[in-house]
Design a protein around this ligand. Structure first.
Ligand code: HEM
Length: 496
């Protein structure tokens, strides 16, 4: 037994030494890691507080401003609509924040949103980021105001009036859609990719009678760069998905596109032929017409036409296909409507204005899709002078986010708002409801509303009368900040 004691002693000593080593390590860790962490957290707290104090001017609405420079953009993009809802619960439907690089007043009050949209003249101008407007052009309709806006809007409305749609555009759209969706039967297609290409090519045909070919391919590639790039611009912030994907040299894309459009205009002027398209109409405005645009304005108008219709028309078409797939009863109703119209027509017969106007359920499906998917979350304005809203002061130069998304789910306007029910649009005249803002409102209400609807309608007409389809499955759809399927939306299509 004599040999046991020293051994035990050795054990205690070893344990003591181990404890000492652990203690030393712990102390080192405190000094090297935890103390800096505490210092970091304290300085973060101080920074956050400093940023709040900076914006604690008298009269500003309540809300939080987040980090200097970045504000609350990361929370806004990551949490999306729930960020907005949480802030509304805490601060009310008018609150301040700092998102997408600017101090912003978020307005979720339907009444006030309407007021802002109706009162551009009272100091609420479009508030889209300058970098985006630079790419879309100095005379871009979304950036100009006053007299120039009136001129550009007048020209735009002339191009897409119901008369123009009836006589000139619908026949072109019909011809395009019929051939575009040819040969989809027996294939798996990515309907997101297809509807994006469709929106772009259809617009090019209406604008300048450009048919698929090498010119279209080059134009398509430059326009895709421009559109995708500018859509990402306001959210090109480190830490967001968009930052990584943002690598388009936008000014070069614009330069190339402008060059191509300039050539097109020169060719047209030199040509004797008439094309009955938008470019012809724009060039005819050169003469005695009340609206007279110079070449730069014509180019910016064409870019605006393509840009504004691209994302909206393609996303709505894709989501309509999705909702119809998920709601067989609606699909059957829709097919009935379209087969009724095809009765008495040959396969190659086009649909005309009267057919289009009679497609009531189709229109309702499009509106319900826009509402449920919320293709447009809201629009941006900025203040040109200090503005008073609901007793608060919004300083000059602040951005106003007219956030219309929540109206789409308001049970006072839409009963059972989470149900996809197109018939609601037939039963009540919801399109003239004062809170109907799917296409904006006031002096900037979408001029392409009818044209966009006609395009989606024609696409749906040929799609549902020619094909049946099912989703391949496994594709995800992201709803915020843009509605998109990150890896595409794949459907298996077969002939009906
Ligand atoms: C489903 C399709 C569409 C939807 C949901 C939609 C939605 C909107 C919204 C919400 C606005 C208001 C923007 C603001 O107030 O700042 C707007 C403006 C505009 N839209 Fe559309 N749009 C669609 C299709 C189109 C099409 C096909 C065109 C092409 C002609 C177009 C051209 C424009 C233009 C040029 C503006 C700016 C008007 C101005 O500032 O005066 N849109 N659109």
């Amino acid at each position: 037994m004599a040999y046991i004691k020293p051994c035990r002693l050795q054990g205690w000593e070893m344990q003591g030494q181990c404890l000492l080593v652990i203690f030393c390590l712990f102390a080192k860790m405190v000094v090297l890691l935890i103390l800096p962490l505490i210092c970091f957290l304290l300085s973060c707290g101080a920074l956050l507080r400093w940023n709040e104090v900076r914006y604690r001017k008298k009269g500003l609405p309540p809300g939080t401003m987040g980090w200097p420079l970045f504000g609350e953009t990361t929370e806004f993009l990551k949490q999306g609509p729930s960020f907005m809802k949480n802030q509304r619960v805490r601060y009310g439907s008018l609150f301040k924040s700092h998102i997408l690089g600017c101090p912003t007043m978020v307005c979720m009050d339907a009444e006030l949103n309407r007021f802002i949209l109706m009162n551009e003249g009272k100091g609420f101008l479009p508030g889209y980021p300058q970098s985006m407007l630079d790419i879309l052009g100095r005379s871009n309709i979304a950036s100009v105001h006053g007299e120039l806006h009136k001129t550009m809007r007048g020209a735009m409305l002339g191009l897409v009036s119901p008369l123009m749609i009836r006589d000139q555009l619908l026949p072109k759209i019909d011809e395009f859609m019929r051939s575009y969706i040819d040969n989809w039967g027996g294939r798996v297609i990515d309907i997101q990719e297809k509807t994006k290409e469709m929106a772009l090519l259809s617009a090019l045909k209406q604008i300048a009678s450009i048919e698929t070919g090498p010119v279209t391919e080059t134009l398509k590639s430059e326009i895709f760069k421009l559109v995708l790039g500018t859509l990402s611009l306001p959210i090109n912030i480190p830490g967001t998905n968009y930052h990584q994907g943002f690598k388009f040299p936008l000014p070069q894309a614009r330069k190339k596109l402008v060059g191509m459009l300039r050539c097109l205009i020169e060719e047209r002027r030199a040509s004797e032929c008439s094309h009955s398209d938008m470019l012809d109409s724009l060039l005819r405005m050169d003469g005695s017409s009340k609206v007279k645009l110079d070449d730069e304005q014509i180019i910016d108008l064409i870019i605006a036409l393509v840009y504004s219709g691209y994302e909206t028309v393609s996303t709505t078409s894709m989501m309509a296909v999705k909702y119809l797939h998920d709601h067989p009863r609606v699909l059957e109703g829709l097919r009935k409507e379209h087969f009724e119209i095809r009765k008495g027509k040959l396969r190659e017969d086009a649909i005309d204005w009267n057919d289009y106007k009679s497609m009531k359920l189709t229109r309702a499906v499009i509106l319900e899709t826009l509402r449920m998917a919320t293709v447009v979350n809201g629009v941006l304005r900025k203040t040109t002078q200090d503005a008073k809203l609901k007793g608060f002061t919004i300083p000059k130069g602040w951005r106003i986010y007219v956030y219309t998304r929540e109206i789409n789910y308001d049970p006072d306007v839409y009963q059972e708002p989470l149900t996809f029910n197109p018939w609601r649009w037939l039963d009540r005249n919801l399109e003239s409801h004062q809170h109907f803002m799917l296409f904006g409102g006031g002096g900037r209400m979408c001029p392409g509303k009818e044209l966009g609807t006609a395009e989606i309608t024609t696409f749906l007409h040929y799609f549902v009368t020619r094909y049946r389809w099912e989703e391949v499955g496994g594709d995800e759809i992201v709803r915020f900040p843009r509605v998109q399927a990150p890896n595409g939306l794949h459907i298996r299509v077969w002939d009906d």
